[in-house]
Design a protein around this ligand. Sequence first.
Ligand SMILES: Nc1ncnc2c1ncn2[C@@H]1O[C@H](COP(=O)(O)OP(=O)(O)OP(=O)(O)O)[C@@H](O)[C@H]1O
Ligand SMILES: [Mg+2]
Length: 271
Amino acid sequence: MAEAQAIDANSGDVPAETTERATRQLPKENTVRVRNLIKRYEMGTSIVGALQGVNFEIRRGEYISIIGPSGSGKSTLFNMIGGLDKPTEGRVYIDEVDIAQLDAYELAWLRCRKIGYIFQSFNLIPVMTALENVSLPMIFGGMTADDSRQKGADLLTLVGLGDRIQHKPLELSGGQQQRVAVARSLANDPAIVLADEPTGNLDTHTGLEIIALLKQLNEENGVTIITATHDTKMLDVSDRIFYMADGKVEKIETRDEIDLQVGRLDGQEVG
Ligand SMILES: Nc1ncnc2c1ncn2[C@@H]1O[C@H](COP(=O)(O)OP(=O)(O)OP(=O)(O)O)[C@@H](O)[C@H]1O
Ligand SMILES: [Mg+2]
């Protein structure tokens, strides 16, 4: 599709024709690495340990799902990886750069250009049209108004909303708003997309469409996708699943291990 060519994830070394996920070769470099990540929130006299020592690395081009119950620390972890909040202790490395060492300008660049965010609650600006919402980050990124409008329209077409670009968020369904949020997250060709429960408010069908779109970006453009979810439908497309509980990553499974388990579970249920 022509519009997809507008997207360049700065990581073109993942072959576009690679569709066999089990056998595909990913680049060796880590794009995200966290070390001993701790986040404590002080609430009056009590302290909430939202993250209690998290360690992992994510390679460029991986599709990761972080699954865990409400309150297990998924959004907190996203805020740390995305440079939106600071850990109490520990380090976050993006492309092996410790983001705590970045100055304000470099951190703003990281947030604007390197990472795309999809929030569960969409966070669209209500008085702006879909096109304006998607184009705004490009203006912040230094693009001209004309170019940003053109690219915004291309991205909205990519997510299937080419005929809704002048609609404001309240004139769109929940699933359509979520798709605007997906288009906006891609505004500046991010290398990494952080998607916090991107299907949380959607019906099954629309949720699957969003997942398919993220998977397409991952496979065709090499975008690293990190999603948080309660939704086991997401697991199917993931390279690895991180299971979170009580502020820790308790277990990491690869795609092959999930396949095995699904097969076994199916067998038991059918039998
Ligand atoms: N700003 C804050 N101040 C105090 N406590 C917080 C704050 N943000 C999160 N917490 C607490 O930290 C813990 C982790 O919250 P977090 O939002 O990361 O969970 P989550 O896994 O994203 O949950 P959900 O699936 O419901 O979105 C929770 O116990 C929450 O109450
Ligand atoms: Mg959350």
